[in-house]
Design a protein around this ligand. Structure first.
Ligand code: SAH
Ligand code: DHB
Ligand code: MG
Length: 247
């Protein structure tokens, strides 16, 4: 009898199956080469980031971290907003968290929310190895619960918020983010294009439904102004929303 799969193994297998359904783009080799080119110049691999990806793979985490250039973009946005307080929703193995924590600086603080205990454990080890665990507060649990608990603590507002968890929750994560923000806070929402699936008719994809519900709420939200940016790169065709809270 084969051993029963752990929840993490089932999750990883499902993610792999989903990724394999995605279209093969004819320009993918060029996108990867260009990512390697600029990534090599502007975000050269370093020991801690490379080790984090290796540890994630070793633990069977799905390889859905931001790319290194996307990590660098998060760091640039953190510097642009002079971010000292950063909130991340969706930690995975902490790859994006390392980028954010480094950009926040030694006096900065990153609060990152992760549901999956295995992901949280791997992330903690990766953050420790990167020397930034002291400036990261990893809260394990459902993001909706963690956000409610966090808001009840009435913390100082966050300067930058990165939403990158289950896409079905985007709208609620965005609403909580507004409560935890101040005028000028930047909010980034990952994976809003999904190979163009966002505009495909007749999809019952829960992630796509989540993105569309979020996009509608975003458009109707007077407290922010926002753009959506389509991206290609080593991890294919996707995109993100960048919003800023208005004065
Ligand atoms: N930001 C990471 C990638 C995050 S992947 C990086 O770029 O490196 C999305 C993560 O969100 C997964 O680890 C998943 O377990 C987590 N997640 C999914 N649903 C969640 C929920 N309801 N609450 C908190 N985390 C959740
Ligand atoms: C998925 C999630 C992500 O955050 C991402 O960047 C890519 C893919 C996913 O759930 O498939
Ligand atoms: Mg993502």
């Amino acid at each position: 009898m084969p051993e029963a799969k752990t929840e993490a193994e089932t999750y990883a297998a499902e993610r792999t199956a989903l990724r394999n359904e995605r279209p093969v783009h004819s320009l993918q080799p060029v996108w990867t080469a260009v990512d390697d080119y600029f990534g090599g110049l502007l975000a050269p691999g370093d020991q801690a980031l490379d080790a984090a990806l290796a540890a994630n793979a070793q633990a069977g985490l799905p390889p859905i971290d931001v790319t290194r250039l996307q990590g660098k973009l998060l760091a640039v946005l953190a510097h642009l907003t002079r971010a000292r307080r950063i909130l991340e929703i969706g930690t995975l193995g902490g790859y994006s968290t390392i980028w954010l924590a480094r950009a926040a600086g030694p006096e900065g603080r990153v609060v990152t929310l992760e549901f999956n205990p295995l992901h949280a454990e791997v992330a903690r080890a990766n953050l420790r190895n990167a020397g930034v665990l002291d400036r990261v507060e990893l809260r394990q649990g459902r993001a909706l619960d963690s956000l409610a608990a966090l808001a009840a603590e009435r913390p100082q507002p966050f300067d930058l918020i990165f939403i990158d968890a289950d896409k079905a929750g985007n709208t609620e994560y965005f609403q909580w983010s507004l409560q935890l923000a101040r005028p000028g806070t930047a909010i980034v929402v990952d994976n809003v294009v999904r190979d163009g699936k966002v505009v495909e008719a007749g999809t019952d994809d829960k992630d796509v439904e989540g993105v569309r519900r979020f996009a509608k709420a975003l458009a109707a939200e007077p407290r922010v102004t926002a753009a959506a940016v389509q991206t290609v790169g080593a991890k294919g065709y996707d995109g993100f929303v960048l919003a800023v809270v208005l004065p």
